[in-house]
Design a protein around this ligand. Structure first.
Ligand SMILES: [Zn+2]
Length: 150
């Protein structure tokens, strides 16, 4: 079983690859992405001027053309940005801290989670549920990028 840290590293790499692909596609096809009605405006490469996905030539179903246009590089980059924000938000969740050391999560650290009774070094087993929640949410996010390991 992969650790959460390994899954996060994989996910950040996958997001970077998806971003690079979308930015490359944006440079190559801009400004031709559009679902523009029954005949569409088409998606053409800038260098070659050839259709890559859609057009008024009737060789692609409107639903397919619309689907492709809705996944244009701008939309993909917007989702990647928000997925990164979500990942950072998940990772920022703190372990439970209490004024009573008995109820402070053993995985909490003063530097990361604050609190007088958190361990200086941390490293204990999480008892507050934060690590399990984070791993589950990160796995869900990673599966959207193709993660398949359990
Ligand atoms: Zn915890």
């Amino acid at each position: 079983m992969m650790s959460t840290d390994q899954m996060v590293a994989w996910l950040r790499q996958a997001m970077g690859t998806a971003q690079w692909d979308a930015e490359t596609a944006a440079r190559e096809t801009e400004p031709e992405w559009s679902d523009g009605g029954p005949y569409g405006e088409g998606v053409h490469t800038q260098r070659h001027g050839s259709p890559v996905a859609v057009g008024p030539w009737g060789y692609m179903d409107d639903a397919v053309r619309t689907h492709i246009a809705r996944h244009d590089p701008t939309a993909v980059l917007r989702r990647i940005t928000k997925d990164r924000e979500l990942l950072d938000d998940i990772l920022a969740e703190k372990h439970h801290i209490s004024d009573d050391p008995w109820y402070t999560c053993p995985a909490a650290t003063r530097e990361r989670d604050g609190g007088t009774y958190a361990e200086t070094e941390g490293g204990g087993q999480c008892s507050c549920g934060r690590d399990e929640r984070a791993q589950r949410r990160i796995r869900t996010l990673a599966e959207g990028y193709g993660w398949t390991e359990k």
